[in-house]
Design a protein around this ligand. Structure first.
Ligand SMILES: Nc1ncnc2c1ncn2[C@@H]1O[C@H](COP(=O)(O)OP(=O)(O)OP(=O)(O)O)[C@@H](O)[C@H]1O
Ligand SMILES: [Mg+2]
Length: 237
């Protein structure tokens, strides 16, 4: 996704596409991503997508949130599931409480999905935040309750986007691939090393998980776009 060279931090402190005031090129980049992913998913039985990266801080959580908002704008019902049970952020991005969420559902503290659901965080977008950070994230994500939960959620949503921790650090996202159509890999320009990308792709390949695409964040080039912005579209392969 593009970056504003002049004030990147300010831009992404308010980086959700929740209003019309966002830059045209950022909005267009997400729309292109939506189109490509819709095609990629059209041949799959699953409408569940895992969003991950090789290393920390690549931009997974923002990409997940903005992609969900953009996918929902065509009328699709979209759910964000925060499965980063180690460093969750979706509840912060959407400013909702995180007292009950995925960790509570998976640990059996509650079986009522509605208790964990934050409805309408954006138009047509619901969120299940992580819930309190548990001592055993991998065990919870690998629990049979995860399948039960996703089976129920699939009945109510057109797309489920799962935010996860970086795959080269912990293997949590690998556990989820059995349910997903594939993984969307987020790569940060000037940060993610080529061998890290290769390692991440190999990890998914080892469990036969398709890579649906690669999103490059924080792109900086000398190509001048519209107006005064030195933006470039994300690259998607
Ligand atoms: N497309 C982008 N361009 C520039 N900066 C971005 C972009 N997306 C996110 N950021 C910034 O990068 C930082 C990390 O973003 P984010 O939390 O989405 O990454 P992450 O991959 O989810 O991190 P973690 O591995 O900790 O879960 C944030 O401070 C955010 O402001
Ligand atoms: Mg994150």
């Amino acid at each position: 996704m593009p970056r504003n060279d002049n004030d990147n931090k300010r831009n992404f402190a308010h980086g959700l596409l929740l209003d019309d005031a966002q830059d045209f090129q950022i909005v267009e980049a997400y729309k292109n991503l939506r189109t490509n992913l819709t095609f990629a998913l059209s041949t799959s039985d699953s409408r569940i997508m895992v969003i991950s990266s090789a290393e920390p801080s690549a931009g997974k959580s923002y990409t997940t949130a903005n992609l969900a908002i953009t996918m929902a704008q065509t009328g699709s019902r979209v759910l964000i599931l925060d499965a980063d049970l180690r460093k969750p952020t979706q509840h912060k991005l959407f400013d909702v409480n995180n007292l009950i969420g995925l960790s509570r559902l998976l640990s059996g503290h509650t079986m009522v999905i509605d208790e964990a659901l934050q409805k309408g965080v954006a138009e047509n977008v619901d969120l299940i935040p992580s819930g309190p950070i548990p001592p055993n994230p991998s065990e919870l994500l690998g629990h049979a309750r995860m399948k039960e939960l996703l089976d129920k959620l699939t009945e109510n949503y057109d797309y489920i986007l799962i935010d996860t921790p970086p795959v080269n650090v912990v293997s949590d996202s690998i556990l989820l691939m059995q349910y997903a159509a594939g993984v969307l890999l987020v790569v940060r320009q000037r940060q993610t090393a080529f061998n890290e990308i290769r390692e991440a792709i190999e990890k998914y390949r080892s469990v036969d998980a398709p890579t649906l695409g690669v999103v490059v964040t924080d792109v900086k080039t000398n190509v001048r776009g519209y107006g005064n912005y030195r933006y470039r579209y994300y690259e998607y392969k």
